[in-house]
Ligand binder design. Sequence first.
Ligand code: CIR
Length: 266
Amino acid sequence: MSDRSFRFTHAICRLPGNSIVRGLRAVDTGAPDLALMRAHHADYVAALRETGADVTVLDPLEAYPDAVFVEDTALCLPQGAVVMRPGAPSRLGEAAEMAPHLERLYGSVARIAGPGTIEGGDILTTETEILVGRSARTDAAGIAELADIVAGWGWRLREVQTPPGVLHFKTDCSLLDAETILSTRRLSATGCFAGYRVIDVAEGEEAAANTIRFNDLVLMPAGFPRTRDRLVAGGYRVREIGNSECAKLDGGMSCLSLRFSLPAAA
Ligand code: CIR
């Protein structure tokens, strides 16, 4: 079984800034506790580093309250990086802020020029294809532009649907290995993962679906014991990371990093 979809040499994260208290959220459940969020973030970065990866931690960007959620700014593939065009107007500038960091590592990057929009949270890269969920943030034009770019790198892109009312496609699913996906029942029931092995999160633990497989670890949000037990029973090495504060802003494990291995020639 190949492992290129979860074997990574690099990650990029960004420290949360004070402005994160003004971050976007679907439902206001109160301001995040900044000290606790920073502690959770430090645990997250330490877990990525524990796998041997080179993790860059960028300074906070106070002008962009949601900038800690770096995943939405780019798609990083073994062949190259694509700078996204976020659908949330307040987040558009974050992608431009990320571009130079990726250029430094990759040499050059591709860009979604628009007018379409697309956010990294709607993109699930598996061993064989790139699934992109249409959502309130990611539209048909943004997906079509990405499809053209990645086709040049030999990737097949398949458009799917982010469940209504769910922020991003990956809010509800994550890749566990080359053939296995962790998903909410509401998403797996649509049939979009036909051909994959699916582990559903436990009922009532839908917020556990956003995990990341990063090298030998599965990072999952703390507080979902029945889903954790399913993953452990499946043979995965699970690390629970506190996510109570990011969850107030609809963020989770995948949102906090860009994960990639550089092209051999870069
Ligand atoms: C937003 O609404 O854009 C942020 N508050 C949360 C972004 C989460 N990112 C992700 O799922 N990839």
